[in-house]
Design a protein around this ligand. Structure first.
Ligand code: IDP
Ligand code: MG
Length: 154
């Protein structure tokens, strides 16, 4: 099924000059970019986005690290995009993440781990609504679809 998912390029990615390189990986994979913008996050949106972690001892450090620079919010689109993007992301701790994944290839940290990616269809819908207004996500029509997929895949 054609899906949309949310990726955030975290401040560590901007600081290390890796934004283009990470975006390039999604493009080369064949995911379509249906929305993209820079945003300065604040405490309110981070408390919502990381609601499952607010009680953790590291939450304050995580929240502050997500405010150091703007983030880049990206809406990626493709068949099974949510699971494909999670697979490309790799496990949370960059030291354990498989080589070939973004976290496995670009970071050494459990927290400064390059990207956020939605982890389920439910999360993708909520998170896209959190970071994008409807008019900021574009209908790309059949752009590149005949080259990315066989006729019976979409
Ligand atoms: P995920 O990003 O792989 O989905 P989550 O458990 O949803 O992982 O955690 C969200 C983010 O919170 C992680 O990407 C990471 O930046 C941070 N985080 C998660 N667990 C830890 C931890 O044990 N120590 C420090 N930071 C953590
Ligand atoms: Mg998560």
């Amino acid at each position: 099924m054609l899906e949309r998912t949310l990726v955030l390029l975290k401040p560590c990615t901007m600081e290390r000059g890796l934004m283009g390189e990470i975006i390039n990986r999604y493009e080369k994979k064949g995911l379509r970019i249906a929305g993209m913008k820079m945003m300065q996050l604040d405490d309110a949106i981070l408390a919502e986005h990381y609601a499952h972690l607010v009680e953790k001892s590291f939450f304050g450090i995580l929240r502050d690290s997500m405010k150091r620079t703007p983030v880049v919010a990206i809406c990626l689109e493709g068949v099974d995009a949510i699971s494909v993007v999670r697979k490309m992301t790799g496990s949370t701790n960059g030291r354990n993440a498989d080589l070939g994944t973004i976290r496995g290839d670009y970071c050494m940290s459990n927290q400064q781990n390059i990207v956020h990616a939605s982890d389920s269809p439910e999360a993708a819908q909520v998170e896209l609504n959190r970071f994008f207004r409807p008019e900021e996500i574009f209908d790309l029509g059949d752009l590149n679809m005949p080259r990315l997929y066989a006729l019976d895949e979409v």
